[in-house]
Design a protein around this ligand. Structure first.
Ligand code: NZQ
Ligand code: ZN
Length: 391
């Protein structure tokens, strides 16, 4: 295990009706004038926005609203949010929604207190300062409620980039699993896939002797495999939603990733797809991951076989561990199909004519050095091959 530091100061409030504590939590974390940031309207239709406003009013906290965050959140609304916060003297950003809303809120919170262009942060500048952020999560997926990351699509060229900084960790996050019961079937599947992807990105590592994080990841994957289909079958299964919601947070606040190298090439490969075709991030990952696994398993066949045995219950073939590894990938594909995820370019709405362009941007965009991936170092030609495996 490698040396590491881990600081995850978010105050989590989990359970039914806990959004009614929003006002007191904002107060506790120093907010006196709040930007309520949200998406395309699901929180208006469900009545959540009204409950949040009531809670702020009860504590006498002022607020302004900015809705309209699109999935794969755009830079334009971030600039608008920064201007609004400056004009209104906002001191706390409250994200009510999913990963897209939370990431847009994080980018606004960092941009408000920065004199330059917020996009600098998405070109490698570390974020050290931001307004405090609170979140009320409505979909278990991206893990942004506990992470130090944000992902934004730059509309000038339509490319998607991530940024990172401890200042982006939310001060508090309210996780009420009942809020996810209004999600459409497809979004639930996308969320399950993204959570599993965050675990795979950490599982595939070159670091040795990382049993504790291996085992944590495996247990979370087993939880997803058990609870995912139960939620897909019955959206009102509160306890299954609750297990998935907490697994989603655990999968990405990096408690499973400390002390080990991580990969993240699949996310880079997917971000090109969601930037160009505006597909859901989880749906893109469902197509990318089996292809990435098939291409990279030669780098450490035993690790793939271990995952197949411990998580998918495959029989170990000691003479030909590649057979076990392949059986694990087949089991993953089957699972993704069973939860309604696409399996190839056609189902995703992607076009093979863009493969070379996407591979180039994934490897060289925004100052990258031509390679992506910590477990398997991939160059442009490798990424082209991985995209071709998705046809
Ligand atoms: O916009 P509204 O109307 O709210 O509808 C949303 C949106 O259409 C809907 N939705 C959310 N909660 C709902 C609901 N509909 C009904 N009932 C509810 N309770 O779901 C749709 C998707 O929402 P979105 O926020 O885009 O989903 P998700 O949480 O999957 O976020 C995806 C974004 O997160 C980024 C992705 O790249 C993508 O842009 N990621 C962020 C990460 C991070 N910050 O740490 C890590 C991830 O790997 C990921 O890259
Ligand atoms: Zn993800």
């Amino acid at each position: 295990m490698d040396n590491f530091t881990f600081y995850s100061p978010t105050y989590f409030v989990f359970g039914k009706d806990e959004e009614n504590k929003t006002g007191s939590l904002v107060k506790r974390f120093g907010g006196s004038k709040v930007l309520i940031h949200y998406g395309g309207g699901s929180i208006v239709r469900s009545g959540l926005l009204d409950r949040v406003k009531d809670s702020l009013n009860k504590e006498g906290i002022d607020f302004v609203e900015l809705g309209g965050v699109q999935p794969n959140p755009r830079s334009g609304l971030v600039y608008e949010g920064i201007e609004l916060c400056r004009k209104e003297k906002i001191d706390f950003v409250l994200a009510v929604g999913g990963g897209s809303t939370i990431d847009s809120s994080k980018a606004i919170a960092a941009g408000v207190v920065y004199e330059g262009d917020f996009w600098d942060y998405f070109q490698g500048k570390p974020i050290t300062k931001a307004l405090p952020i609170g979140t009320i999560l409505t979909i278990s997926a991206a893990g942004s409620e506990g992470s130090s990351d944000a992902v934004i699509t730059n509309e000038d060229g339509m490319y998607k980039r991530g940024s990172r900084g401890e200042a982006l960790r939310p001060s508090f996050s309210i996780l009420n699993p009942a809020l996810t019961q209004t999600l459409p079937h497809f979004q639930i599947g996308c969320g399950i896939t993204d959570i599993m992807a965050h675990l795979f990105e950490r599982y595939f590592t070159v670091t040795e002797e990382v049993e504790v994080t291996d085992r944590l990841i495996e247990s979370l994957l087993l939880t997803m495999i058990h609870e995912g289909p139960r939620v897909i079958e019955n959206h009102d299964n509160y306890h299954a939603q609750a297990n998935i919601m907490w697994a989603g947070m655990m999968a990405h606040n990096n408690s499973c990733g400390v002390g080990r190298d991580q990969d993240w090439a699949s996310h880079d490969i997917e971000h090109e797809l969601s930037a160009i075709y505006d597909c859901a991030h989880g749906a893109g990952l469902a197509v990318v991951f089996p292809a990435w696994m098939t291409y990279t398993m030669k780098h450490d066949i035993n690790r793939f076989a271990q995952l197949a045995v411990r998580v998918w219950g495959c029989q170990m073939d000691y003479k030909h561990p590649e057979n076990t590894a392949r059986a694990g990938i087949a089991a993953l594909k089957q699972f993704l199909k069973s939860i309604g995820m696409p399996s190839d370019f056609a189902e995703l709405g992607a076009d093979k004519k863009d493969i070379e362009k996407m591979a180039h941007t994934a490897c060289y965009g925004d100052g990258r050095d031509g390679y992506i991936g910590g477990f398997a170092k991939l160059g442009e030609a490798d990424v082209v091959e991985i995209y071709r495996l998705m046809l």
